[in-house]
Design a protein around this ligand. Structure first.
Ligand code: ITT
Length: 189
């Protein structure tokens, strides 16, 4: 039996989505509750790789992390790598205000998982889901769920999708590749 994969995050919602999705690929995960330093960079891969190195060092074991950003076209890709800060400061209502009257509501949710083992360098698994920002908050969920409508979701926000979010989310796409890599490489963890 494989040892469970350590997923270093401070976000319980993320952890439960990751655990449910990886369960579909018969990979078990445990949450390593760590507040990881996030370097300032424009590219999520760099942030995720650095977080993975730090998690691996602090846990002294192979570790996986994730970094996510919501990139809004009409705002030149903002908040992107600053999504956590913007969510804490402006929140969904603040983001909706920034887009008032904007002709373009296109947006992309990007996610990068990074896996690092003590003697290795981080492996990154990026993914992106295109969509749009809803005109108002709809549904439940967490973070930006109530305002993001993924393409192919019939106009429903992530927050209105319930468990169906896990079938089409940015997180699902990245984890599908990570799971394939783990199975193909016979990664022993
Ligand atoms: P970590 O400890 O794993 O870094 P975090 O909550 O800081 O957790 P991120 O920096 O990756 O996570 O996320 C940036 C922001 O985007 C943050 O405010 C999250 O709440 C939000 N977010 C991430 N994934 C989301 C999702 O699937 N749905 C809605 N909001 C999401």
């Amino acid at each position: 039996m494989q040892k469970p994969l350590k997923f270093a995050t401070s976000n319980e919602h993320k952890f439960s989505e990751v655990s449910a999705i990886l369960g579909d690929y018969r990979i078990s995960v445990v949450m390593a509750r760590l507040e990881l330093r996030e370097i300032q960079a424009d590219v999520l891969e760099e942030i995720a790789a650095e977080k993975a190195r730090e998690a691996c060092r602090r846990l002294d074991a192979p570790a996986m992390v994730e970094d996510t950003g919501l990139f809004i076209d009409g705002l030149g890709g903002f908040p992107g790598p600053y999504s956590a800060y913007v969510f804490r400061t402006l929140g969904n209502r603040g983001v909706l205000r920034l887009l008032e009257g904007a002709p373009d509501r296109g947006a992309t949710f990007r996610s990068v998982f990074a896996y690092c083992s003590p003697r290795g360098s981080p492996q990154c698994f990026p993914s992106a889901v295109a969509g749009a920002i809803a005109p108002e908050c709809r549904g439940e969920g967490w973070g930006y769920d109530p305002i993001f409508i993924a393409e192919g979701a019939s106009g429903r926000t992530y927050g209105e999708l319930g468990h169906d979010k896990n079938r089409l989310s940015h997180r699902r796409m990245a984890l599908e590749n990570l799971a394939r890599w783990i199975h193909n490489s016979g990664n022993s963890r």
